[in-house]
Design a protein around this ligand. Structure first.
Ligand SMILES: Nc1nc2c(c(=O)[nH]1)N[C@H]1C(S)=C(S)[C@@H](COP(=O)(O)O)O[C@H]1N2
Ligand SMILES: [Mo]
Length: 521
């Protein structure tokens, strides 16, 4: 490495350190929120990714695909800020004014970050540390103007950035909206409920025109009663999730969820309607709510995957809202739009049966599940249940939704499945169990074979939950045969229809087939 190569490398190291400091600084200010500089870049990458690549990422990588995309976006931001830092430094050298470098690099980073996030504080959080890194590495009093960083200052910049990154990580974690990380299930202590899961958004339940204390108390006790009943009805099998999921899966087009305050939320009804209607959160809370169980299942999950869950939701029927607004659904279709630019289209018919959820498992709707309002559309795949809902558009002609543009087909009916997740052995006996779901068609019966499909026995089933779009648990106990054997499971719908045996991939319209599992002696 000759001298110029070396100084180029030192310059590059300082620039990369400045890029890292910008990412860290933005995270420290914004947390894991849309204002975090990496978030819009990750979103843009995800949206522009070719459909085939998206499909392989979903089917082969699962959630890892999104982590990798986030990492790629972070790397792009580091490189972009590094580029601006190098440009600032070059400018300073040419003008022979050392102080110009950090100022120019900082200003350019600020403007670019502001353009990307629209959030001045986060942009400043990115720009200042980047400028500081360049300043620390190049502005050495008494060493002449516009000095190039040497080996020591390059290493110093990298080490300093690493230290800053650690502090920024802690700051950012604590500024990430607490409702994002709150558990789906409120604590079971008597007063835990709503307060426990309320997180940062007090406005959801204490707005001036919101429900009175009595009303929300009544809701909370109704929820507690139903959650208690569901816990009671759950089969007691080791390793089997209860009827109300302990941890509810999430699937999102962006790695970073939107943050929508209830006070800022409204819902527009547009398109083929007499007049556009806007509904505020308080308007929505003026409607009577009820508690209902719904199961969601993602069309992109694997056959025996873990992206199927059930919760108790506090809901307002969409029909009530539309009737009050004087909207008649005479057209073929609707599009639901969301704060993360997600949108899905489906038959207007289905919207008549749909509800707007404002609460989950006795607490407010968590950020990860669409706070403050999401749609639940019975019988359809998960993707139709739009979170962070902002708009209902009524259409005379069908259009493609976000996933349909990428080749998927998530309007219903959701396919019937019986999953096998629990295998419990005790005293020479084996108990297998899982969940079965058939959308609004209902599960009537589940059969189990412990000999690879030669003979079948009825499984024990949990009592059905009161609503018509929920799963049931099944379990089956048998004497351990003492040899490797194949357990197969299949479900029957309420009208006696047996779940199809033919196996299909998740793409394009959801996995099908009988789940089977090899059990060692
Ligand atoms: N706004 C918005 N809504 C969305 C999505 C999304 O990315 N953005 N993902 C959809 C998909 S693919 C599924 S399977 C369900 C998952 O809901 P959950 O994250 O609450 O489990 O939400 C749907 N609603
Ligand atoms: Mo999904």
């Amino acid at each position: 490495m000759d001298l110029t190569d070396a100084s180029r490398a030192y310059r590059a190291a300082v620039a990369v350190a400045a890029g890292g400091a910008a990412v860290a600084g933005s995270y420290a200010v914004a947390g894991f929120a849309p204002a975090f500089l990496v978030a819009p870049v990750e979103g843009a990458l995800a949206r522009r990714m070719p459909a085939a690549l998206v499909r392989y990422a979903i089917v082969l990588l699962g959630d890892l695909g999104q982590q990798l995309n986030l990492l790629a976006a972070a790397a792009l931001v580091v490189l972009a800020v590094a580029g601006l830092t190098l440009a600032g430094h070059a400018l300073a050298r040419r003008a022979d004014r050392p102080a110009l470098g950090p100022v120019a690099a900082g200003a350019a980073t600020f403007l670019a970050a502001l353009a990307a996030t629209g959030a001045p504080a986060s942009a400043l959080g990115a720009a200042l540390p980047a400028a500081a890194v360049l300043a620390a590495a190049t502005l050495r009093p008494g060493r002449g103007p516009a000095v190039d960083p040497g080996r020591r200052s390059a290493l110093g910049a990298l080490a300093g950035t690493a230290g800053f990154g650690a502090v920024a990580y802690l700051l950012g974690r604590s500024s990430t909206s607490s409702s994002a990380s709150s558990p789906d299930l409120p604590s079971s202590s008597p007063d835990g409920g709503e307060n426990g899961a309320a997180g940062g958004d007090a406005s959801a339940d204490s707005g001036d025109d919101g429900p009175s204390g009595n009303e929300s108390d009544r809701e909370a006790s109704a929820a507690d009663r139903l959650l208690g009943a569901a816990a009671e009805a759950s089969l007691d099998v080791e390793g089997l999730e209860p009827l109300v999921s302990e941890s509810f899966y999430t699937v999102d087009i962006n790695a970073v969820d939107p943050e929508v305050a209830a006070a800022d939320w409204d819902l527009r009804v547009t398109g083929a309607v007499d007049e556009d209607v806007t509904l505020t959160y308080d308007d929505l809370r003026g409607f009577d709510t009820r508690q209902q169980f719904n199961t969601l299942r993602c069309v992109g999950e694997s056959l025996n995957g873990k992206k199927m869950d059930t919760a108790l939701w506090e809901v307002v029927p969409v029909a009530d809202v539309l009737a009050e607004a004087g909207v008649e659904l005479s057209e073929c279709c609707v599009v639901l739009r969301a704060a993360d630019d997600y949108f899905e289209e489906f038959p207007a018919e289905a919207l008549r049966e749909a509800v707007l959820a404002v609460g989950m498992n006795g607490g407010p709707l968590p950020r990860a599940h669409g706070h403050p309002v999401r749609a639940l559309v019975p019988g359809h795949w998960g993707e139709i249940n739009v979170k962070w809902l902002t708009e209902i558009e009524v259409l005379a002609e069908p259009v493609d939704g976000y996933w349909e543009q990428r080749g998927w087909h998530g309007t219903g009916p959701v396919k019937t499945v019986a999953k096998l997740h629990a295998v419990d052995r005790a005293d020479g006996r084996i108990t297998v169990g899982g969940h079965a779901y058939a959308g609004t068609r209902g599960i009537d019966r589940v059969e189990v074979s412990t000999d690879g499909g030669d003979t079948w026995t009825d499984a024990r089933l949990s009592d059905p939950l009161p609503d018509g779009d929920t799963w049931r648990q099944w379990a089956h106990e048998y004497g351990a045969p003492g040899e490797t054997h194949e357990v197969v499971v299949r479900a029957y719908e309420d009208d006696g229809t047996r779940q199809p045996r033919e196996e299909t991939d998740p793409f394009p319209d959801g996995p099908s087939g009988w789940v089977s599992r090899t059990i060692e002696p």
